[in-house]
Write a protein that binds this ligand. Structure first.
Ligand SMILES: NC(=O)C1=CN([C@@H]2O[C@H](COP(=O)(O)OP(=O)(O)OC[C@H]3O[C@@H](n4cnc5c(N)ncnc54)[C@H](O)[C@@H]3O)[C@@H](O)[C@H]2O)C=CC1
Ligand SMILES: O=C(O)C(=O)Cc1ccc(O)cc1
Length: 294
């Protein structure tokens, strides 16, 4: 038996991501002890009933005592306050990380609270589902999916490598980006698609009122796929948009221009413009699948 990477891991917040980390860490034998703490008694009781961790309570600071790795798994908007509350009980040398879908705002919110001697290494597993809460977690979530580490210029290289090894142990592929670069990329590949899904489903629902629900009754493939994304957690996604404002507004402006281009092509019957774009996007999808199979 190889020695686990960490003696004690503490997860702050135990929903889809925290629960999946707990289950995957146990599967990989990555820790001797895994505890969690969360805001509500109800969530803690569910996590305990499901035996996601050795113990889940509601005292965030107590959970972090003697922990070698602490991962904040709350919505992005709660990360700063969580860091403030746990700071006094962090052991010197401990690694503190998070899983937020936005990085720069989380760094700005957490870092000022963390004591010297603690190694802060933010990260983002680019894997998830539309489900949330402790019942949604599963051990295979990260298998073969990317986790992006966004170390800071002064992050301790050994701590970064150790967190990298941890995510590989959870089943992930890993890479590194700077936090602002991460936020620009995710704005287009993840945040904008969610915004579009929320919009389309809202618009269709408004129209359904006028059309006696025929719109939703005959919901075809494309629309159904959007409803899955649009079922994602409202608190989490509110926080994503409020905390990646600039990057999202920038890609949204660009997207609106491109939408107007298509609107114009449809109005004027410019089929070649539509055909050329659709041919290009089909190639992108095929290349992506090829890349993922390689
Ligand atoms: N859902 C997804 O597909 C993905 C989510 N993420 C990121 O992971 C983080 C967690 O997301 P999920 O696990 O999906 O959310 P979730 O809603 O399933 O779980 C969040 C957990 O945080 C707890 N919590 C909320 N506010 C808190 C507070 N103030 N103090 C302590 N605990 C608090 C909740 O009780 C719950 O246990 C978010 O930052 C999100 O951006 C990252 C990758 C994928
Ligand atoms: O469910 C889906 O399709 C997702 O896109 C999941 C997801 C949501 C947020 C992230 O930061 C990463 C992945």
């Amino acid at each position: 038996m190889t020695k686990p990477l960490f003696n004690k891991i503490a997860l702050i917040g135990i929903g889809l991501i925290g629960g999946s980390i707990a289950l995957a860490a146990r599967r990989g034998g990555l820790a001797n002890k895994i505890v969690a703490a969360t805001r509500s008694e109800e969530t803690a009781a569910t996590a305990n009933r499901l035996k996601l961790v050795d113990h889940c309570g509601t005292d965030l600071a107590a959970a972090c005592q003697d922990a070698d790795l602490v991962i904040v798994c709350t919505p992005v908007g709660a990360c700063g306050e969580a860091a403030r509350v746990i700071a006094p009980s962090l052991k010197p040398g401990c690694i503190v990380s998070d899983v937020g879908s936005v990085k720069q705002a989380v760094v700005d919110a957490m870092q000022p609270h963390l004591p010297a001697g603690v190694h802060f290494v933010p990260a983002h597993p680019v894997a998830g589902t539309e489900n949330s809460g402790p019942e949604a977690g599963f051990a295979e979530l990260f298998d073969g999916r990317w986790t992006i580490l966004t170390p800071l210029p002064d992050s301790d290289p050994a701590a970064v490598d150790k967190l990298d090894a941890f995510w590989k142990g959870l089943g992930s592929l890993t890479d590194r980006l700077d936090p602002a670069g991460h936020d620009r990329i995710l704005a287009i590949t993840s945040h904008l698609p969610h915004l579009i899904a929320y919009t389309i489903v809202g618009t269709a629902d408004d129209l359904a009122g006028h059309l006696n629900s025929e719109v939703l009754r005959f919901a075809a493939g494309g629309f159904r796929d959007f409803t899955r994304i649009a079922a994602s957690d409202p608190t989490m996604w509110r926080d994503v948009f409020l905390n990646n404002r600039e990057a999202v507004l920038e890609v949204l402006a660009r997207f609106q221009e491109d939408l107007f281009y298509l609107q114009r092509a449809i109005r004027w019957g410019e089929g070649d413009k539509l055909f050329d774009l659709f041919t290009r996007t089909r190639e992108i999808r095929r290349a992506l699948i090829h890349l993922n199979q390689a």
